[in-house]
Design a protein around this ligand. Structure first.
Ligand code: SAM
Length: 285
C-alpha cells in the first residue's frame, strides 16, 4: 500500500468529489429520520495543507485554494462544501485545514446519524482513530473496505450513503468496484452510493461504464469533470463519480455545479457534465 492521501488532499479531484458529497449529505439532512454513512476507504479524515506532504506536491494550489479564490461565482449547490471549509478554517481567506470525506460527513451529521469508517493503512487508521477518539457516533475499523460492505450492510437505519473511494493502485480496480457495487446493492438496494473513479485512459472508462450498465442497477448517474482532453493513461485527466439512487434533481444540479467548478479551478475545457447510465426505469439512457 503506497498511496497516502496526504500528498493529494485538496486537489481538483477532491474538490469535485467533496463538493458533490457535501451536497448529497445536505439533501440527506432534509429529512428528520436518521441516516447512516459507510465510507470504505476513509483516509485520515483531516489534512493540513501546509504540512510537508501537501506542500511537496502543491496539488491544493491548483485545487481548493484556487476554487476558494473564485468561490463567489459558484452556484448554491457549492454552498455546503464552502460552508464546511469556512467553518474548519474559522473564516480565514485561505484554506489550511482540509476535510477528507469522513470529516465532511461528520460535520454534516445530526445527533441521530451514524458514520462507519474503514481504512486499511496501519498508520492512517491510527490518525483517523485519534480524530474521532471521543465520538460515539463514529466507529473506525482497521479493515479492508471491500469487506466492510458485506460486514456492515444493510444498516439498521433505512436511509443513507455508501462512499467508495479506493486509491486505484491495482490494475483491476474498476472491475473490483463494479463487483463491490453489485454485492452492496444486493444487500441494500435503497441506499445511495457515491463511487469515485479516475479519468485517465478513455477506453478504460467506457469499459467501466459498460460494466456498470450491464449490472442492470437502475438510477445510476455518471458525473465527470476533466481538466484535460488528453487520452493519456499515465496521468489523471479528470475526476469521475458514479451516483446510485441520487437525490431528486441531481442531474440538473450537477449540470450547473460541475462546469462552474471547472471554471473556478481554471481547469481548461475538458469534458464536463453528467449522464444517466441507467435511468429510474432501469433502461440504459
Ligand atoms: N475518501 C478519502 C477522502 O475523500 O478524504 C480519501 C481516500 S484515499 C483516495 C484512499 C484510501 O484508501 C487511502 O487512505 C488508503 O490507505 C486506503 N486503502 C487502500 N486500500 C484499502 C482497502 N482495501 N480498504 C480500506 N482502505 C484502503
Amino acid at each position: 500500500m503506497n498511496y497516502r492521501h496526504a500528498f493529494h488532499a485538496g486537489n481538483a479531484a477532491d474538490v469535485m468529489k467533496h463538493a458533490v458529497l457535501a451536497w448529497v449529505l445536505e439533501r440527506l439532512r432534509g429529512k428528520e429520520a436518521p441516516f447512516f454513512v459507510l465510507d470504505t476507504h476513509a483516509g485520515i479524515g483531516r489534512y493540513d495543507l501546509d504540512d510537508q506532504a501537501a506542500s511537496r506536491t502543491g496539488e491544493a494550489l491548483r485545487g481548493v485554494r484556487r476554487v476558494i479564490a473564485g468561490a463567489s461565482a459558484l452556484p448554491d449547490a457549492a454552498r455546503p462544501y464552502l460552508d464546511l471549509l469556512a467553518r474548519l478554517n474559522e473564516g480565514a481567506t485561505t484554506v489550511r485545514h482540509y476535510p477528507g470525506s469522513p470529516l465532511i460527513t461528520r460535520m454534516m451529521m445530526r445527533g441521530q446519524d451514524r458514520l462507519l469508517l474503514a481504512e486499511l493503512h496501519a498508520e492512517d487508521v491510527q490518525t483517523l482513530r485519534n480524530l474521532f477518539r471521543t465520538d460515539a457516533q463514529v466507529s473506525v475499523h482497521h479493515m479492508d473496505g471491500w469487506l466492510s460492505l458485506k460486514a456492515h450492510l444493510p444498516p439498521k437505519e433505512r436511509r443513507g450513503l455508501v462512499v467508495i473511494d479506493p486509491p486505484f493502485e491495482a490494475p483491476d480496480e474498476y472491475e473490483r468496484m463494479v463487483a463491490a457495487l453489485v454485492l452492496a446493492y444486493r444487500r441494500w438496494a435503497t441506499g445511495q452510493y457515491l463511487l469515485w473513479y479516475p479519468v485517465k485512459d478513455r477506453a478504460a472508462v467506457w469499459r467501466f461504464h459498460q460494466m456498470l450498465e450491464d449490472t442492470g442497477i437502475p438510477k445510476m448517474l455518471s458525473a465527470e469533470l476533466c481538466w484535460s482532453d488528453d487520452d493519456r493513461s499515465d496521468r489523471l485527466n479528470g475526476s469521475g463519480l458514479i451516483l446510485v439512487n441520487p437525490p431528486w434533481k441531481t442531474e440538473e444540479t450537477l449540470s450547473d455545479l460541475l462546469p462552474a467548478l471547472q471554471t473556478a479551478l481554471a481547469a481548461g475545457t475538458g469534458p464536463v457534465g453528467c449522464r444517466w447510465l441507467r435511468d429510474e426505469t432501469g433502461k440504459p439512457a
